[in-house]
Design a protein around this ligand. Structure first.
Ligand code: NFS
Ligand code: SF4
Length: 657
C-alpha cells in the first residue's frame, strides 16, 4: 500500500504512463536515481480529496466546514442551509474570481509600465509597435489623425485604465464584441464594468449568507470572467504587443535540448514579459558575455518556460524548454545555472529540486516570494539591476559546477508567433489583409471549423498526451487548431508546428496549409493571449457569412489537461462569449445537479456557449466536431463541405486511376 510507505522512500513512477515528453521522462528516471521527488511523485501518493473534487464541501464560515454527499447531493444541506447548488456555484465562482484576478493583475502591471513609459518616468522600455498602438486606439474610438504616438498613448492609457477601475458602464473593449453577442450580454446584465468591481462583487456575493441562488451567482461569475477575457487579459496582450512588438511567425526551438552544456544557462519561468525582456538585454550585454567567457563558458544561453516563455518564443524566437509539468524536471539536468521566476504557476517544489542540484533559484516579483528562496526584486525603473544580478550569479554557479550534467538531447524546430493580425495578413495577403479567406474556406468546407486548444499540463494525467491526441484528431477532421500556453508547447514538442505537419491534416485543411505554407496548428502565445482568439472570433463574425454572433460560429475550445483557477476563468469567458468549451482531467461539479445542468445546457439556451467535460481526447474531439457540424448545419453550410469531400474523394480516385 502506497499509504504505508515510509516517508523517505520515493514512490516509483510508471514513467511511460506519466508523461509522453521524452525529455521529462528521462529526467524523471534521473530523479528517481538521485532520490529527488517531483510533483509527479507527490501526485502519485496524494490521493485527490473526493469531496473536494466534486466541489461538495464549503468552508466559507466557521459553522462548517460542511461536507455534502455527492452520491446523494440533495440529501443534505450545510449548517446555514446552503444547498449543493449554492455551494458548488460559490466554489466555482471563486475559482473564476481568483483566475480573473491573476490575469487582470498581470494586465494591470503591463498597463502601469505603459503609463510610466509614456510619461517618461521609465526610460528602459519604449513603445515598439506604433502601428498596433494606432490600430487599438482607432478601434476604441481614440482620435489618431495628426497625433503623435505619445499623445495617442496617453489617451489609450486613460481609456484602458477603465478596464480595471470603472465603476459603472461598459469596459472599452466591449466595443470589439459583435453586436449580437453584446446584445445577449446586455439582456442578461453581464457586460463587465471594471474588473476590480466585478471581482469585488463576486467575492462579496460568494461570502456566507449573501447570494444563495446558483443562477444569480452564475450571472456575476460570467460578468467577472468577461472582465478578464475582454478586459484584463486583452489589455495584457495589447499593451505587451505595443511595448514589445506584435508577433509574426518565427522559427524557433522547444524542448530541453535547448540547454547548452558549455554555456551559462539561464531560465526565466513565469508570466510577465517585462522581466524576460530585461533578461534578454542582460544576456546580450558584452560585459556579461565576457564575464561568462572568463568563467570558461562559450556564452550565455537564455531559455523560457511556461507563459512568458511562450510570449518570448512568439515575439523573438527565444527557445522554450518546456511547459508547466517540466519546470522541476529541467532542474534535474543539473545544467540550469539560474532560474528566475515572477508570478503564477511557480511550484513551491522548485525550491527543493533547485537546492538538490545547486541551481540558483530567484523570485523577483513582490507578489511571489518562496520560503527559503532568495528574492531579488525586479524594479521597472531599473530592470537590469535584477536581471544582471541573476546572470552574474549564474556565471558563478557555472564556474563551480560540480555535479554531472545530463541534458536530454531533444529539440523540436517549429514556426510560432501567429498573432491575430498576422493571420489576417497571412491569409489575405498584404493588399487585402482580412479574414475573408478564412471565412471562405470555412464556408466552402475545406476548413470544417476552428478549435482553440489551450491550457495547462497536470500530473493527474499523462503529460502532453491528451493535448497531442486531441489536436491530431481535430486536424485530421479538417479543424484548424489555434493554441496558447502550455498546450502550444506540448504540440510543439510533438512536432506539429512545422508546415510539413500538414500531412497529418485532412485533405481540405491540408490543401489550405500547403497553399499558405502554414502549419495545421497555430501558436498564439501565452494564456492571456487567449484574448487573440476572442478577437479572431469577433473578426470572423464581422467579416460575415458565419452568423451574427460568436455563438453562431463553427468553433469550439478545450483545455484538456487544465489545473489552474485561471483555466476556469478562461473557460468561463469563452463560454460566456458563446463558445462550446470542453475541459478534461476532472470537472469540479456533481453531475445531475441544477448548477451542473445550467453550465452544461442552460447557458446555451440563453444565447451563451456551454461547458463540456470528458477526460478522453478521442471523445473530446468527437464532441467538439459534433458541435462544429451542428453550427455548420444551422448556418446552412453543411452541404458545401460534403461537396468538398466529394471533390477530394473523386480527386483521389482520379489520382489512383
Ligand atoms: Ni496558463 Fe501560464 Fe501553463 Fe496553465 Fe500555468 S503556465 S497562464 S495556467 S500551467 S497554461
Ligand atoms: Fe457550512 Fe454554510 Fe458556513 Fe458554508 S457557509 S461552511 S455551508 S455553514
Amino acid at each position: 500500500m502506497e499509504k504505508e510507505k515510509k516517508k523517505d522512500e520515493l514512490v516509483q513512477l510508471n514513467i511511460k504512463e506519466t508523461t509522453m515528453c521524452d525529455a521529462t521522462a528521462q529526467m524523471l528516471r534521473k530523479a528517481e536515481k538521485d532520490g529527488v521527488e517531483t510533483a509527479f511523485h507527490r501526485a502519485a501518493t496524494m490521493k485527490a480529496c473526493p469531496i473536494g473534487a466534486d466541489s461538495a464541501c464549503c468552508k466559507h464560515c466557521s459553522m462548517g466546514p460542511c461536507r455534502l454527499n455527492a452520491k446523494d447531493p440533495y440529501g443534505k444541506v450545510g449548517v446555514c442551509g446552503a444547498t449543493i447548488d449554492t455551494i458548488q456555484a460559490r466554489n466555482f465562482a471563486r475559482m473564476v474570481a481568483s483566475g480573473a484576478a491573476a490575469h487582470t493583475d498581470h494586465g494591470m502591471s503591463m498597463l502601469d509600465l505603459f503609463r510610466e513609459v509614456v510619461n517618461g518616468h521609465i526610460k528602459e522600455y519604449r513603445i515598439k509597435d506604433t502601428i498596433k498602438l494606432e490600430e487599438v486606439c482607432r478601434e476604441i474610438g481614440i482620435e489618431v489623425e495628426g497625433r503623435t504616438p505619445e499623445e495617442m498613448a496617453m489617451d489609450l492609457y486613460h481609456e484602458l485604465e477603465r478596464t480595471y477601475t470603472q465603476v459603472e458602464g461598459e469596459i472599452p473593449f466591449a466595443k470589439r464584441v459583435p453586436e449580437k453577442t453584446l446584445e445577449t450580454w446586455r439582456k442578461h446584465g453581464v457586460v463587465p464594468r471594471g474588473a476590480m468591481r466585478e471581482i469585488m462583487e463576486l467575492m462579496h456575493r460568494t461570502h456566507m449568507g449573501v447570494d444563495q441562488h446558483y443562477e444569480n451567482i452564475t450571472k456575476q461569475c460570467s460578468r467577472t470572467a468577461l472582465s478578464d477575457g475582454w478586459g484584463g487579459s486583452m489589455v495584457a496582450t495589447e499593451i505587451s504587443d505595443i511595448l514589445f512588438g506584435t508577433p509574426v511567425p518565427v522559427r524557433a526551438e522547444v524542448n530541453m535540448g535547448c540547454l547548452k552544456e558549455d554555456e551559462v544557462n539561464v531560465i526565466i519561468h513565469g508570466h510577465e514579459p517585462n522581466l524576460f525582456e530585461s533578461m534578454l538585454d542582460s544576456v546580450n550585454d558584452p560585459s556579461l558575455i565576457q564575464a561568462a567567457k572568463d568563467a570558461g563558458a562559450k556564452g550565455i544561453n537564455l531559455v523560457g518556460m511556461c507563459c512568458s516563455g511562450a510570449e518570448m518564443l512568439s515575439r523573438h524566437g527565444i527557445p522554450h524548454a518546456g511547459n508547466f509539468m517540466s519546470t522541476e524536471a529541467i532542474l534535474i539536468t543539473g545544467a540550469v545555472d539560474a532560474m528566475g521566476v515572477d508570478v503564477q504557476c511557480i511550484k513551491q517544489g522548485l525550491a527543493k529540486v533547485a537546492e538538490c542540484y545547486g541551481t540558483n533559484l530567484f523570485t523577483t516579483n513582490p507578489r511571489c516570494h518562496i520560503e527559503g528562496v532568495e528574492h531579488i526584486q525586479f524594479e521597472e525603473h531599473a530592470p537590469r539591476e535584477c536581471t544582471d544580478a541573476i546572470v552574474e550569479r549564474a556565471i558563478v554557479r557555472f564556474k563551480n559546477r560540480k555535479l554531472p550534467i545530463e541534458i536530454p538531447q531533444i529539440r523540436n524546430l517549429g514556426v510560432h508567433g501567429f498573432s491575430h493580425e498576422y493571420i489576417n495578413y497571412m491569409l489575405g495577403g498584404s493588399f487585402r489583409s482580412s479574414y475573408t479567406p478564412l471565412n471562405d474556406n470555412i464556408i466552402n468546407g475545406r476548413i470544417r471549423g476552428v478549435a482553440g486548444v489551450v491550457g495547462c499540463t497536470n500530473p493527474r494525467v499523462k503529460q502532453d498526451w491528451v493535448h497531442v491526441e486531441l489536436v491530431k484528431e481535430l486536424i485530421k477532421r479538417d479543424v484548424l487548431v489555434v493554441q496558447t500556453g502550455c498546450s502550444q508547447i506540448a504540440l510543439a514538442k510533438a512536432g506539429l508546428y512545422t508546415p510539413e505537419a500538414a500531412h497529418l491534416a485532412g485533405a481540405g485543411l491540408r490543401e489550405v496549409c500547403e497553399t499558405v505554407g502554414m502549419p495545421p496548428v497555430l501558436g498564439l502565445g501565452s494564456c492571456v493571449d487567449n484574448s487573440r482568439i476572442l478577437i479572431a472570433c469577433a473578426e470572423m463574425v464581422r467579416v460575415g457569412g458565419l452568423g451574427e454572433s460568436i455563438a453562431d460560429l463553427p468553433v469550439a475550445g478545450a483545455a484538456p489537461e487544465w489545473m489552474s483557477e485561471k483555466a476556469i476563468s478562461i473557460g468561463h469567458y469563452f463560454v460566456a462569449s458563446g463558445v462550446y468549451t470542453v475541459f478534461g482531467v476532472t470537472f469540479p461539479i456533481v453531475e445531475g445537479t441544477k448548477f451542473h445542468k445550467l453550465l452544461f445546457e442552460g447557458l446555451a439556451d440563453m444565447g451563451f456557449g456551454t461547458w463540456g467535460f470528458t477526460p478522453d481526447p478521442y471523445e473530446m474531439a468527437r464532441m467538439m466536431v459534433a458541435h462544429i457540424d451542428a453550427k455548420r448545419k444551422a448556418l446552412g453550410i453543411d452541404k458545401s463541405r460534403e461537396r468538398v469531400l466529394m471533390d477530394m474523394a473523386s480527386r483521389r480516385d482520379l489520382e489512383a486511376a
